[in-house]
Design a protein around this ligand. Structure first.
Ligand SMILES: [Cu+2]
Length: 290
């Protein structure tokens, strides 16, 4: 079984967002996928998904890779396991696409919100304890951007310490496939942009996205699109995200079809008082020149 749909939002007469969504069953394990997403008439994503959720405990439990798919999702809207609805926050409306999963003792909510101003909030909410021990959930989103079409993309990194290299103060171009970690002292963030239209998205780490560690040691990966690297959640395993093998450090990414993976590291403490607390993570994607 699976579920899927197409949405034009907020209305056919005012199609700010157009996209398709689906939630496939096992062996796929990539949560709700969003495909062919357009904001204001311009393509943003070929596909966006959540193909890995790994958890590491401090002591004798796990690690686990938790599969987000139709089989672990629960009915939340009649018999449907995916719910789409309009949310409002601070006066701004958004299109939310949501699923609720139960895996062992975990209760997980995955939500995509596509805001009226073009911002996108991919989120994962977690509650429940598999073992009475401190642990970290590592949620990996895969963003296959096709801004104004598949090819001709560029990736950038921002640091407060970088002089103007022609792209504005703080920004420099990423030339090759690579992975990076956050650096709060320089307010590090990233961007993807179409080289001809100069439309793009700024990728800003979320406030609760934690820090990389020895178990999950990177925050973002930039790579050229290769069809055989979209494994629908079956890349890597509990102990290893498998992404290092996707990187070819000699492969230029300037002007190519870019795929960006981003990982949130969600810490979760085990004290009884915290066991039922819901924690959320995820980056903020903000459009520019749209
Ligand atoms: Cu947890």
């Amino acid at each position: 079984m699976s579920e899927s749909g197409s949405i034009v939002w907020p209305s056919q007469n005012w199609p700010l967002w157009r996209l398709n969504w689906s939630l496939a069953n096992s062996p796929d394990a990539e949560g709700i996928t969003v495909t062919s997403a357009y904001y204001n008439g311009h393509e943003v994503f070929y596909k966006a998904s959540l193909p890995s959720l790994r958890v590491q405990y401090d002591h004798n439990c796990g690690p686990y890779k938790d599969p987000l798919n139709y089989d672990t999702a629960q009915p939340i809207n009649g018999s449907s396991r995916v719910k789409t609805y309009t949310v409002t926050s601070g006066g701004l409306a958004g299109l939310a696409i949501e699923a609720f999963y139960r895996i062992g003792q975990y209760r997980l909510t995955q939500r995509w919100t596509f805001w009226m101003d073009g911002r996108i909030s991919p989120r994962l909410y977690s509650a429940g304890l598999q073992c009475l021990d401190d642990h970290r959930h590592h949620a990996y989103w895969r963003f296959d951007f096709d801004i104004d079409g598949a090819g001709n993309d560029m990736a950038f990194e921002y640091n407060t310490t970088t002089p103007n290299t022609g792209w504005g103060p703080g920004w420099h171009v990423k030339q090759y496939e690579m992975s990076r970690v956050k650096n709060p002292p320089t307010a590090r963030s990233w961007a993807v942009m179409d080289r001809s239209t100069l439309r793009g998205y700024h990728i800003i780490p979320g406030a609760n996205d934690g820090v990389a560690d020895a178990f999950s040691n990177r925050d973002i990966w930039f790579m050229q699109y290769r069809g055989n690297e979209d494994r629908h959640g079956q890349q890597g395993g509990a102990g290893d995200d498998g992404l290092a093998t996707y990187l070819d450090p000699g492969q230029t990414i300037v002007g190519t079809d870019l795929v960006i993976w981003y990982c949130s590291h969600l810490g979760h403490r085990a004290e009884a008082a915290h066991a039922d607390e819901v924690h959320s993570c995820g980056p903020n994607l903000v459009p520019f020149r749209w």
